[in-house]
Design a protein around this ligand. Structure first.
Ligand code: OGA
Ligand code: CA
Ligand code: FE2
Length: 497
């Protein structure tokens, strides 16, 4: 009800110069005046009447403001955690319950790079947590997992079986383009990110990396241009005229003909998922409990997050620089809360507030986790891909990354993929959280990811949690409030999905 605050204060402000002071200190004591005229009894009565009418008016105004704007404004001013574009959500009809925000997410403080803080995660042991960077907020905790725990997680993953993290060239994109019946001009326009009427190398590279998962280098692209005789004037740029002469799937066909190697994919690894809820191996449950202690987040949020992802890179494996989470746009919805999204949203993205990455073995050569722009003074997306140095390329340019973490068995690193909104909830995506896995030059690399999913849209996260808790209540008679329950039945939930 902060709306009411100002008028109240204003009313109070009028009091000292009004009735409270008049009987004690008549104006004559302060102002030289003629007793017979302005200081008379009738003058005093007139002033008192004026003053009372004024007070009554102010009170009436306060009542009017309070009742006419109703609960809608009251809940919006106080509790709706969203930025402007999501405001309309809080104005929906009362059929959708509005949730008061009673949770404030803890963010571990980094203090400064190199700062070490002690953390108590398991009985009879104190861990040391070192700040590796402030942008993104990134920490390292040696000995987070014991040797046995690392071994058991790797064995469980092997038992379950790992699958290719990325499949070769996906089809189906052409059909989409044909269905939309886009003209070459329209496609050109989509690709021309900076809208300068030319297609720069990095515009084509970004596109093929995002759309096809194929990691072309500037040299690859020049080769393709030469093969297709696309860049007639040889200036490294494609004009609309040059682009028009290419058929819509020329690049794709060229690549398929030439063949795409695993090393040319965005990600070259295998992985599997391990559930951590009730019934899971004790080690997996212990790890989850430790993550809750480490991040100091409400247990239910961790419980409802993705299972543990275990990843294996063979020699030559890599994962080029990427974000674990998507940016916050009004038209995007988080994958994990899609059940609670009101409308079918055109874009879905992973909303991974925190990444906890565990190194399950020490790698003989390479395999560092690189953060190309950690603690840069400014973030400049365009300069990430230059002709000679592509900072996103973890096969060739890891050595130029601002920060690299060496994989050491049992060590955990964790970082925030989003900033805070300043009010205890998730804010914008942190662009500095860009990272990748450098090429493994000797041996094999095993890691595990624990992602903590939180929707930057508080209402949607709350609605999702309520939906899940209702589902659980239907299953058994446990009517605990999910948002406060420290141990929910996540295993059931994940198995159901
Ligand atoms: C990932 C990732 C980094 C690494 O799996 O999302 O970024 O060092 N891994 O393997
Ligand atoms: Ca351009
Ligand atoms: Fe990642």
């Amino acid at each position: 009800m902060s709306d009411n605050k100002e008028p109240e204060d204003a009313a109070e402000d009028t009091t000292p110069s009004g009735s409270a002071t008049l009987p004690l200190r008549p104006p004559c004591e302060r102002l030289p005046c003629h007793k017979s005229s302005v200081c008379s009894r009738s003058y005093f009565v007139v002033v008192m009447v004026f003053f009372h009418v004024y007070i009554i008016n102010v009170i009436a105004l306060l009542f009017y403001v309070h009742y006419s704007s109703g609960q809608e404004d009251a809940s919006r001013s106080h509790d709706a955690p969203r930025s402007d574009h999501q405001r309309p959500e809080s104005r929906r009809p009362p059929s959708k319950p509005e949730f008061l925000r009673d949770v404030s997410l803890t963010r571990v403080e980094g203090i400064r790079v190199g700062h070490v803080q002690k953390v108590s995660l398991v009985p009879n042991k104190v861990h040391e947590m070192r700040t590796l960077s402030m942008k993104p907020l990134l920490f390292e905790i040696p000995g987070f997992l014991s040797e046995d725990e690392c071994r058991i997680v790797m064995q469980l993953a092997q038992l379950k079986g790992l699958m290719e993290s990325q499949l070769m060239v996906q089809d189906g994109q052409e059909e989409l383009a044909k269905e939309l019946n886009l003209s070459p001009e329209e496609i050109f326009n989509l690709l021309d990110i900076n809208q300068d009427g030319q297609l720069q190398l990095h515009e084509i590279l970004t596109h093929s990396r995002v759309r096809d998962g194929i990691w072309l280098t500037p040299e690859n692209l020049r080769e393709i241009y030469a093969g297709l005789k696309a860049d007639k004037d040889g200036n490294g740029l494609l004009s609309l005229e040059e682009f028009r002469l290419l058929s819509s799937d020329a690049f794709q066909r060229f690549l398929l003909q030439r063949g795409v190697k695993r090393s040319q994919l965005v990600r070259n690894s295998r992985h599997t998922w391990l559930y951590q809820g009730k019934g899971a191996h004790q080690v997996l449950q212990d790890i989850k409990a430790r993550v809750i202690r480490l991040t100091r987040l409400p247990p239910s949020l961790v419980d409802l997050s993705e299972p543990l992802q275990v990843v294996r890179y063979e020699e030559g494996g890599h994962y080029h620089a990427h974000h674990d989470s998507g940016p916050v746009y009004p038209e995007t919805a988080c994958t994990h809360t899609r059940l609670a999204a009101n409308t079918s949203t055109p874009f879905e993205t992973s909303c991974r507030y925190i990444t906890v990455l565990f190194y399950l073995n020490s790698v003989e050569g390479g395999g560092e986790t690189a953060f190309p722009v950690a603690d840069n003074r400014t973030y400049d997306e365009v300069s990430l891909i230059q002709n000679d140095v592509d900072l996103l390329d973890t096969r060739r340019h890891c050595d130029k990354s601002n920060l690299r973490v060496k994989p050491t068995k049992g060590t955990a690193v964790f970082w925030y993929n989003y900033l805070s909104d300043g009010r205890g909830w998730v804010g914008e995506q942190d662009e500095y959280a860009l990272h990748g896995g450098c090429m493994v030059t000797h041996g094999t690399k095993w890691v595990a990811n624990k992602w903590i999913n939180i929707d930057p849209d508080y209402q949607r996260q709350a609605r999702y949690q309520q939906l899940v808790s209702q589902q659980l209540e239907d299953e058994d008679d446990d009517d605990d409030d999910l948002t406060l329950d420290p141990d929910t039945h996540t295993s059931d939930i994940h198995q159901d999905l």
